[in-house]
Design a protein around this ligand. Sequence first.
Ligand SMILES: C[S@@+](CC[C@H](N)C(=O)[O-])C[C@H]1O[C@@H](n2cnc3c(N)ncnc32)[C@H](O)[C@@H]1O
Length: 268
Amino acid sequence: MRRTADAVESARASRSWWDRQAPGYYAEHGEFLGDTDFLWGPEGLRERTAGLLGAVRGRDILEIGCGGAQCSRWLAGQGARPVATDLSGGQLDQARRLNAEAGIAVPLVQADAQRLPFADETFDIVCAAYGAIPFVADSAGVMREVARILRPGGRWVFSTTHPFRWCFLDDAGPRGLVVESSYFDRRAYVEQGADSAATYVEHHRTFGDRVREIVAAGLTLIDVVEPEWPDGHDDAWAQWSPLRGRLIPGTAIFVATKEKLALAPQVG
Ligand SMILES: C[S@@+](CC[C@H](N)C(=O)[O-])C[C@H]1O[C@@H](n2cnc3c(N)ncnc32)[C@H](O)[C@@H]1O
C-alpha cells in the first residue's frame, strides 16, 4: 500500500526486514554481486568501468547501506581505506562472513544513515550502491550528514531506484510497463503487519526532489547516470528485468561534490 511512514517507523521496519532477509538476499543475489566487486545496480554497471568515484587509492571512503560490503572490499583492493556501514546487524553478519572468506578485513560499523557516527570532515568519498537511500524517510537529512562528514573537495555518489519507476507496477513483465500511479505521489510503499506497523518500507522522491535535497545540503550535483540495460544481460533482479530495462530507466546514480571553500581575498 501507499501511505506515509516516518523516520522511526521506516528505520525499525528496515532493520528487522534486512535482519531477517539477509541470508536469503545473498542466496539469491550473491553470485551476481560477487564477494569483492562494486556494482551500482541491477543493470550490472561496475565502478571499475564507470569510474564515478574518481581516484580511490589512498582515500578514506565511507560506504552507506553496505549490505555484504562487496563494494568496500573491492575499494580496499584498489588501495582505498573503506569503512562499511549498515543499519542491519544481519547484513553486517553477512559482511563479516564474506570478509573472512575473501581475507579482506574491511571495518564494519552498524549505523543509521540518518545519524552517522563520524566526526565532521572524516572522509574523502562517500558512496552507496542502493544502500539506505531507497529506504529512508529523511533522505534530505542523509544528504546533510554526508555533507558534514565529507572533506572539502570530497565526493558523494549514490544509486537508487530511478524515480520514474514509481509510476509503474513492481512487475518484471509486461504489466510493469503500464503507468498505474502518479509520479508525484510521494507517499511511501509500505508492507505492514496485522498491528498496522510497517514491516517493509521504500520511499519515493521525484528527480527534482533528489536534486533539491543535494543542493540544499550545500553539495554540487555534477552528474546523474542512468545506466542502460546492456545487450546479453539476461538476469532479472525482481522488477529490474531485461524487458523493462531496454525501455525505461531502472537506476539513477547521483554524483555530487563538496566544493572547497574559496579563500576570501586578502585586503591591504
Ligand atoms: C538493497 S540493499 C543494498 C546492499 C548493498 N549495497 C548491495 O548492493 O547489495 C540496502 C541496504 O540498505 C540498508 N539500509 C536500509 N535502511 C538503512 C538506514 N536507514 N541506514 C543505513 N542502512 C540502511 C539495508 O540494511 C540494506 O543492507
